[in-house]
Ligand binder design. Structure first.
Ligand code: NAD
Length: 419
């Protein structure tokens, strides 16, 4: 039992055990690789609009500091706890190493439903959280980014709060900022774009033309909406999407540009169409070529894995597929092509890295250059993952994680154990 114990952390630990066994990592080395270096819990008091005071619990977990600063998103959601944040930080470590970024993984969050507080309260909470984190973060220590329930505005408040304490503007303290405040072109779209780009690549390998393909997207926030937009741009018919308010399905294909405009104006897909509404519980099991879970973790368990009817599982969310589901997927005869989360959604942290580099250098790139470099890194990591999976006869997830874990392990070995 540790402070991290819980369903999501146990999942990350179980996945790591598979990798550690595959790589024959000695048992006395495993905890050093798996357990987070630091975990911080803070209380964030704010004035509510009605004059009362409310206190929210905030977390930040920095997994390892071996290869540079830590990097990772900040999640505002009612389910957030220290174990979930630790698991997400661990996955970030393997992801950054897989794609070759000089970072360890981190993650943070506040246990709050952002829909239950006003914009003024959200600003107060965001600023208080960053203020509490100042002793533990920095452009060369730990760099935050958006995740579920946070966005460019929250990042701008984080950056402003940190900068006010430093007495100068420090744009490089967070990524995923608005372009007007030191953000990079292409960051907002980066994660979803990367998901769609890799899915298209797999469709090509499977000799399925995008214009004949169908897709289903769960979650219509930053990742899901941009993945849907890009798939639509490639000519893929997006036949269903869902979010926390419900689901829409059209065999003829949804009007994604109209749905994007609706979601931007109303904050969700609710109210877009009565006729197209369907049962959200059925979305993941609809027959389609590309399935993009882009909402939250552990939505595909063993039962669900047996029922999937897709050709490609493009994991936009972090940790959508449980280890039990992985076992079912491995046994299925139809061999669904899995694009595991740490590769599939890595476009986000890749472009966050570009944003950090640009902020440090105060030299900004065109969007075309950002996207070209993003795709180059995704292609390289994809090739390495597929080659490793073939060579070792292992799943894509095990291959991707093994590459990441190996790199972190090698860095720890060459640096040695201090003192
Ligand atoms: P977001 O808050 O912008 O969007 C989340 C979406 O999921 C919303 O549309 C919400 O309505 C939907 N949702 C919530 N509960 C749902 C449910 N029960 N059924 C269906 N939909 C539901 O968050 P995001 O930034 O898009 O992150 C989504 C996932 O992608 C998370 O797992 C996150 O960790 C991961 N991720 C995000 C980024 C990024 O750059 N934002 C990068 C890598 C991975």
């Amino acid at each position: 039992m540790s402070v991290y114990s819980g369903a999501v952390f146990d999942m990350a630990a179980r996945q790591f055990a598979v990798i550690a066994d595959h790589l024959a990592i000695p048992h006395d080395e495993r905890d050093r690789l798996l357990l987070p270096k630091r975990a911080i819990t803070v209380s964030c008091p704010i004035h509510r609009d009605d004059g009362t005071i409310a206190v929210f619990e905030g977390y930040r977990v920095q997994h390892h500091l071996t290869m540079g600063p830590t990097k990772g998103g900040t999640r505002f959601a009612p389910s957030v706890d220290i174990g979930e944040v630790a698991a997400l930080a661990i996955w970030m470590s393997w992801k950054c190493a897989l794609v070759g970024l000089p970072y360890g993984g981190a993650k943070g969050g506040i246990r709050v439903d952002p829909a239950s507080i006003s914009k003024r309260e959200l600003e107060g909470l965001s600023r208080r959280y960053m203020q509490e984190m100042i002793p533990f973060v920095g452009p060369h220590t730990d760099v935050m980014a958006p995740d579920m329930g946070t966005n460019e505005q929250v990042m701008a408040w984080f950056m402003d709060t940190y900068s006010m304490y430093q007495g100068r503007t420090v744009t490089e303290i967070v990524t995923g900022k608005p372009v007007s405040s030191g953000g990079t072109l292409g960051r907002r779209e980066a994660t979803g774009r990367g998901v769609a780009y890799l899915a298209k690549r797999v469709l090509g390998d499977l000799q399925i033309a995008p214009t004949t393909a169908t897709a289903v997207v769960q979650g219509f926030g930053n990742v899901g909406s941009h993945a849907a937009a890009e798939l639509h741009r490639f000519g893929v018919k997006v036949i269903a999407v869902s979010d926390h308010t419900g689901a829409l399905h059209s065999a003829a294909g949804l009007d994604i540009p109209a749905l994007l405009r609706h979601a931007a104006a109303h904050g969700s897909i609710a109210g877009f169409s009565r006729e197209l509404q369907c049962d959200p519980a059925e979305v993941l099991t609809l027959p389609c070529d590309v399935l993009v879970p882009a909402a939250m973790e552990r939505v595909i368990d063993a039962d669900m894995a047996a029922k999937l009817q897709c050709r490609v599982l493009a994991e936009g969310a972090n940790g959508p597929t449980t280890p039990d589901a992985d076992l079912v997927l491995a046994q299925r005869r139809d061999q669904i092509f899995v694009l595991p989360d740490i590769l599939c959604n890595s476009g986000g942290v890749v472009v966050s890295y570009f944003e950090w580099v640009q902020d440090l250098q105060q030299l900004f790139w065109e969007e075309e250059e950002v996207t070209r470099r993003e795709y180059h890194i995704l292609d390289r990591a994809f090739d390495q993952m597929v080659a490793r999976a073939r060579k070792d006869g292992i799943s894509h997830r095990t291959a991707a994680m093994a590459i990441g874990v190996e790199k972190v392990r090698a860095a720890k070995q060459t640096r040695g154990l201090f003192p």
